[in-house]
Design a binder for this molecule. Structure first.
Ligand SMILES: Cc1cc2nc3c(=O)[nH]c(=O)nc-3n(C[C@H](O)[C@H](O)[C@H](O)COP(=O)(O)OP(=O)(O)OC[C@H]3O[C@@H](n4cnc5c(N)ncnc54)[C@H](O)[C@@H]3O)c2cc1C
Length: 458
């Protein structure tokens, strides 16, 4: 008899798992609290307008995953040139940052200061007591990689603007691996050498083909959702899961809210892609207070995206730009991804506003956020108040797992606790508390489904 798998969350991880499991004959039910599929890789659709949850494009160094996604679009998925910049003191610098780009924009005096401070950092590195990788903070890593001057003038303000947490409290694991380049590596990259033995250079990585669907990034999720439904899988939107119980029979039961009513469903397995802290708090019988404490230490940084509809075109001349010393840390232009995301002659420019859970910003309305952002948007020449016809707002509560110093211990306690459940698995960016792009989410979900099949569970 086909096994019944209940999946929490219809982001790319939950959908990919459901797709592969339903392909091998499992019965799947997906529960999603939001009104549409896609999660962080989703698109807010309002009339003719499409706004993504931050700038997204699809890329991967795994050719099988690339082929799988391209086949969803019958090989008509549009190739998108990667156009990313760093906007610093009114000028664009190429991103990823290179020593050349930063130093050229800083001017000779600052360049000399940065180089001296870098050398000093290298010479006196041992003074920082070289903490273990586990305890190394962003501050330790950045000073030893870039030197104190670049760290204080550039790296620290940007990182703290993004995370809203001091660099000395963040684990160095918060730095995405593609940014983990030392100053020397950066110089090597300028000469276009490889970053490691036989590996891709950063430039090559960044040159990988990227793709974008016509009408918003969530088309990828929507195409996967169609395949699941073709396989008789069911996707329940607007259903927030509130409880997960392991029954003495070994089966799993979930409870969820649909239109304010409490309902439940039983299945053989549960795959959870919801935030780990939410999952632990919904398990019953109730989890020990120590594990709950550890789970609650695994925090997420929310994200606000404010979209502005305008007739102005070619505002950034790139897909998105990182930006320093503004109320927002990235700015992106939807027409650079696809002009079909708004009506002809229109365009959506959007900013990503970092904030902490429960903060004043998190609670602010789109009008308040607009009033906060428009002075600098206008000063920088991006857009003025009179050029904006309509506002859009997206709030994502669980956008970035926060790798605070010491988080790894809490994570391993929670994961080891959850491994007691024979029929419960966690997957995905929030479910595993791990940075992943969508290719990695898909790969991990497919790998899980293949193991499930190989164990005869279908
Ligand atoms: C700003 C930004 C830009 C990014 N850019 C890129 C990019 O260019 N390329 C790329 O490949 N990746 C990018 N990523 C990463 C990518 O978006 C994520 O890795 C991916 O979308 C994570 O998918 P997921 O399914 O694991 O998690 P999620 O998308 O978070 O899915 C979890 C789902 O669970 C639902 N849920 C939560 N609680 C409950 C509950 N109690 N009951 C029911 N449902 C619940 C949520 O609503 C959500 O839909 C970016 C991420 C961000 C934040």
């Amino acid at each position: 008899m086909a096994r019944h798998v209940i999946i929490l969350g219809a982001g790319i991880s939950g959908l990919s798992a459901a797709w592969r499991l339903s392909d091998i004959g499992a019965k799947v039910d997906i529960f999603e609290s939001g009104p549409s599929v896609g999660g962080l890789a989703g698109t807010r659709r309002e009339g003719h307008y499409c706004l993504d949850v931050g700038p997204h494009s699809f890329f991967s160094d795994d050719q099988q995953i690339v082929n799988t996604v391209c086949r969803l679009f019958k090989d008509n998925l549009k190739h998108l040139p990667r156009k990313v910049k760093f906007y610093y003191k009114g000028k664009y610098i190429d991103y990823p940052l290179t020593a050349q780009g930063v130093l050229l924009r800083m001017g000779l005096r600052s360049g000399v200061k940065a180089a001296c401070s870098f050398l000093k950092g290298k010479i006196f590195r041992y003074n920082r007591g070289l903490r273990s990788q586990e305890n190394q903070t962003v501050e330790d890593w950045a000073i030893s990689s870039f030197g104190e001057y670049l760290y204080r003038s550039f790296f620290k303000p940007y990182t703290e603007q993004f995370w809203k947490i001091p660099c000395s409290e963040l684990s160095s694991r918060s730095i995405p691996t593609n940014t983990r380049m030392s100053f020397l590596n950066t110089l090597r990259l300028l000469l276009r050498q490889k970053t490691g033995s036989g590996g891709e250079s950063l430039i090559e990585r960044e040159m990988r083909p990227t793709y974008y669907p016509d009408t918003g990034f969530s088309e990828i999720s929507e195409q996967i959702a169609k395949r699941i439904e073709n396989n008789q899988g069911r996707i329940h939107l607007g259903c927030e899961v509130t409880g997960v119980v392991e029954l003495s029979s070994g089966k799993m039961r979930i409870t969820y809210q649909r239109n304010g009513q409490r309902e439940e469903m039983e299945g053989d397995y549960v795959i959870s892609t919801v935030p780990l802290s939410s999952l632990v708090n919904m398990l019953s019988p109730s989890v020990s207070s120590e594990i709950k404490l550890s789970a609650n230490k695994l925090e997420y940084r929310p994200l606000i995206v404010l979209g502005m509809l305008t007739q102005k075109q070619k505002i950034l001349n790139c897909g998105y730009a990182y930006i320093l010393d503004r109320p927002f840390n990235r700015i992106f232009e939807m027409n650079e991804f696809s002009p079909s995301t708004s009506l002809p002659g229109e365009n959506i420019i959007a900013v990503e506003i970092p904030c902490l859970q429960g903060s004043v910003l998190w609670k602010a309305s789109k009008e308040e956020l607009f009033r906060m952002c428009i002075p600098s948007l206008s000063r920088d020449g991006f857009i003025s108040s009179g050029e904006v016809k309509k506002l859009f707002l997206i709030k994502a509560q669980y956008a970035y797992p926060i790798y605070r110093r010491g988080y790894a211990g809490h994570l391993s306690s929670v994961i080891s606790y959850l491994s007691r459940y024979r029929s419960l698995v966690t997957l995905g960016r929030c479910g595993e508390f791990m940075y992943m792009d969508i290719d990695e989410c898909m790969k991990r979900a497919f790998d899980f489904a293949d193991t499930f099949k190989n164990n005869g569970n279908h």
